[in-house]
Design a protein around this ligand. Sequence first.
Ligand SMILES: NC(=O)C1=CN([C@@H]2O[C@H](COP(=O)(O)OP(=O)(O)OC[C@H]3O[C@@H](n4cnc5c(N)ncnc54)[C@H](O)[C@@H]3O)[C@@H](O)[C@H]2O)C=CC1
Ligand SMILES: O=C(O)C(=O)COP(=O)(O)O
Length: 634
Amino acid sequence: MVVTTNERKIFVIDFDSTVTQVEGLDELAAIALKGQADGAEVVKKIKALTDAGMSGEISFSEALKSRIELLKANKSHIEILIDFLKTKISDSFLRNKSFLKEYNADIYIVSSGFKEFILPITQSLGLKDENVYANTFTFDKEGNITGVDQSNVLAQTGGKIKLMESLKFEGHVSVIGDGYTDFEIKKAGFADRFYAFTENVERPKVVAEADFAIKSLDEFLFYNQLPRGQSYPKSLIKVLLLENVHQAAVEAFESQGFDVEFHKGAMDEDELIEKIKDVSIIGIRSKTNLTKKVLENADKLMAIGAFCIGTNQIDLKTATQKGIAVFNAPYSNTRSVVELAIGEMIMLIRKIFPKSEAMHKGIWDKSAINSFEVRGKKLGMIGYGHIGTQLSVIGEALGMEIYFYDIVDKMPIGNAKKCKTMQEVFETADVVSLHIDGRKENTNLIGAKEFAQMKDGVIFMNLARGPVVNIPDLVAAIKSGKIEGAGIDVFPEEPKTNSDPFVSELMGLSNVILSPHIGGSTEEAQQGIGTYVPERLLEYINNGSTTGSVNCPEVQLPLLQDSHRILHIHRNVPGIMAKLNNIFAKHHINITGQYLKTNETVGYVIVDIQKAYSREFVQEIKAIEETIKFRMLF
Ligand SMILES: NC(=O)C1=CN([C@@H]2O[C@H](COP(=O)(O)OP(=O)(O)OC[C@H]3O[C@@H](n4cnc5c(N)ncnc54)[C@H](O)[C@@H]3O)[C@@H](O)[C@H]2O)C=CC1
Ligand SMILES: O=C(O)C(=O)COP(=O)(O)O
């Protein structure tokens, strides 16, 4: 794919939908016709003509003439258009301003658009006015657009070809554009390569004719080995976002030019095995299981973002062995879970749900029997991590006594009392709430034996993970009256999407609140997670930092400055540093910074080096036997 040539490289670039995200003339129509009764209709007609002209369905001059006739614009509208276009410059052009400026002697804008709005934009990108070839409007005395300067070849059908013929370029000519007329330059023999530019619009007829379809200017610069803002084009990096993660995440990746695919639901193992092959970054929530089998097929995968707290759905061992960094959002939804737990606890102890159900059936049952305050009651928690401690604080503020058990020694917050065993919590608490993680050892942690240890009439809540509770045993305890009320948010089997049915033995039981795993599903939490996790992933991809990774050695790296950065993940065995250093010494590599962190399974070495080095040097590093993953940033 890499293009090499010793000739002078000449770049011919289209303007509308290439340099900018939009078609200037369409936008001018929208501005000029705004507020007019049939305005929307006319804009639609103009857009249809633009498309027909661009894809080669009708002749260009015909499309242009009809569009200008429909357009009732004047100079003041053009001023508004220019301000608008300045906000619509294609992301990859903005990212590569230094290339555009440095190579401006060899960059030509060839457009059927109009200089009146093109020049202010190309000037802002550092391009030369004399290299911009485009149409110009004609105006009447009042400044209304009356037509197009017909003496300009670009106003004619085949105008770009005629222009290119007259320019007589000598060298290797690359044409970049989204339209059929751009391809025609190559077809007529005036260019060596045609690149269909699809960052803003993808026209199948044009893509079919192209030497290469490129999703960004970064891709063009990468294939042509030219100076660029991204060492490896982000548009070639596939990001798969599942389970309806917040749109903030989609925007975070799209604004940097990544190739993002978004799905509302989860995917099952077979779907994932197929899909994951091309994916470099995957974002999931609690329902997507990244099993050993899935990860074994994930050869391109660099990072996993769990857009939630739990990471039990990911085979962390395999991920680590494959050098895949896993990140989560350890506290963005903590408060949401706690608020739901508090709300459910009060609803359950007051028996509000059965009373509400009765009311809906016309039954008025005003009574205080079996209805209690939470104040003065004993709240017992299994698991005293982020959620447990937060619940501890709020429970105590409500006047409750707090008891907890955790397998790790934890500092009690406020007046909370640490218990030595789960049994101690069960024997003491009026309300038992689970806040443990979903590690394998916790499967069926709570069953008949544990329920038997609880006080009669206990309130029981599980907002942690479904498999930790034995459901038939829970149902039996509820039916026997041992458990007076239950709040269950998580289940051993949960539907993959909102369209799949929910089935459980817990359905239809009185004073049992069932909720569809929404402990962390608040706008605030999802927004927070949608920002937090992409930040961690992007820091890793763009800079190599592994801050907050749940499985990779954590390294916080300085921003890369005037160096190239080697990122090397290897099996953690003795002697790797010696091997690396030998290669550095052999190739006389000047090191400007070096960082190393290891865990039980892998080592992560980051070396910043001066820019001059050979291809062999890179190959030798990659070839070290223990190498798991190798990346280079600059
Ligand atoms: N319903 C929902 O939507 C949500 C559910 N969760 C679940 O809540 C869990 C807890 O979240 P955080 O408090 O943030 O996690 P955390 O990691 O801060 O705390 C978990 C605590 O449980 C303890 N633990 C684990 N197994 C235990 C056991 N068998 N006995 C006693 N203690 C045990 C750990 O030592 C740790 O202190 C998450 O792992 C997740 O599964 C989290 C967020 C939302
Ligand atoms: O944060 C967690 O661990 C949760 O359980 C929340 O999961 P979700 O993002 O709602 O699928």
